[in-house]
Design a protein around this ligand. Structure first.
Ligand code: MN
Length: 372
């Protein structure tokens, strides 16, 4: 049986060691490795991985095994995420009554990400998943074969409190860290929009993942970590692998005693990069249509661009027709025109006859100039 109760751990971090924090790797192992390389991660660093190691990417089992391997060095501290916990629960409870829904989910992920955590587990045990029955027949072998991986995930803490900050995948429900022990693992790991909806200003800065930071902004589409000094919350999920212009973020805290103002970050994505050849000024009054506000009305559907009305803001705008999702939704979109200087490096997301949608320093927007 898998025992999924919240675990709160205390930890004292030695002075003089650099602290790195990432979250929401979601099976994107190459992103994670490249990010550590970029940070020149070494044995003297402390690395926290704030949950959601598996699912949605194409190397879920390998990502988990890589994290397990890193943990043997003694300076790497993963926490559990809601998706990690949910997989344990689903696999454990898998039976005839619920297998159809789970098989549908596996098929969705196969189409979207190429594979899924359970599919990788089943495959390693020699099972191919072509029906709900296959999913169920693999269960026994999966549970026996991956005992080590499951007990590793089950043993992960939900919250780690250090002398200067607190780490948790979703967020803290209660202001005092210790009071959160009453909460379920899912209340602490699946706290949607924590930075927006938390009712407390915490004593120590709380570092959380789970909710892609781009969902916090209705004007600008941006993926960099956000530090909220009023509530003392640091939100770091860059939407890696979940958003097409997402990135994997890594907070860099130079020392356990450094102040929140001194925290920096780096990020990694695999979007092709071009160089701008022209300057461009930023636009004002932009809108960012995100997954939490993506209801639209199509006014005129064109071949390359369509005129739509964004329901939440009431704004009418032209968006690439490829961004439409059915009749009343669209993909994440912004009409923001980025400030660009000649020589800037831009990550190229979408090309159109009018200009390109690019990302610069973690912010997405239009660029209308020439580039190479
Ligand atoms: Mn999550």
């Amino acid at each position: 049986m898998i025992n999924l109760t919240a675990k709160i751990e205390q930890m004292t971090v030695e002075q003089g060691r650099r602290i790195l924090v990432t979250s929401d790797i979601h099976g994107n192992l190459s992103y994670f490795k490249k990010l550590l390389e970029k940070a020149e991660f070494c044995g003297n660093d402390i690395l926290f991985i704030v949950g959601d190691i598996v699912e949605k990417g194409n190397e879920n089992l390998n990502a988990l095994r890589y994290v397990m391997e890193l943990c043997e060095q003694g300076n790497v501290f993963p926490l559990i995420g809601n998706v990690d916990a949910n997989r344990l629960k689903i696999i454990n409870e898998l039976c005839e009554d619920n297998v159809n829904g789970f098989y549908k989910y596996i098929l969705n992920l196969r189409e979207w990400a190429g594979t899924s955590f359970y599919e990788e587990l089943a495959n390693e045990c020699g099972y191919t998943l072509n029906s709900a029955e296959d999913v169920l027949s693999a269960k026994k072998a999966v549970i026996a074969h991956f005992e080590k991986e499951f007990s590793f995930l089950t043993g992960l803490p939900t919250v780690i409190e250090t002398q200067s900050f607190v780490l948790v995948h979703g967020g803290l429900r209660e202001k005092q860290v210790a009071d959160n022990i009453e909460k379920s693992i899912f209340e602490l790991t699946k706290f949607d929009a924590f930075m927006e909806t938390a009712e407390h200003s915490f004593d120590k800065y709380v570092i959380a993942g789970h909710w892609p930071v781009c969902l916090y902004n209705n004007c600008i589409q941006q993926f960099n970590p956000i530090i909220n000094h009023d509530k003392r919350i640091i939100s770091i999920d860059g939407g890696c692998g979940v958003k097409k212009d997402g990135q994997l973020n890594l907070l860099i805290i130079s020392d356990i005693n450094c102040s929140a103002d001194e925290i920096t970050y780096i990020s990694y994505d695999e979007i092709p990069v071009v160089t701008a050849l022209e300057n461009q000024e930023a636009s004002a009054n932009s809108v960012h249509i995100s997954w939490v506000s993506n209801e639209i009305r199509i006014i005129n559907k064109g071949e390359e661009f369509s005129l739509i009305e964004h329901v939440q803001s009431g704004k009418k705008l032209q968006i690439p027709t490829t961004y439409l999702r059915g009749e009343n939704k669209c993909s994440d979109y912004t009409d923001y025109v980025l400030p660009v200087n000649k020589g800037d490096r831009l990550s190229l997301i979408t090309q159109t006859s009018k200009g390109c949608i690019v990302k610069k320093d973690g912010v997405t927007g239009w660029y209308y100039g020439k580039y190479v």
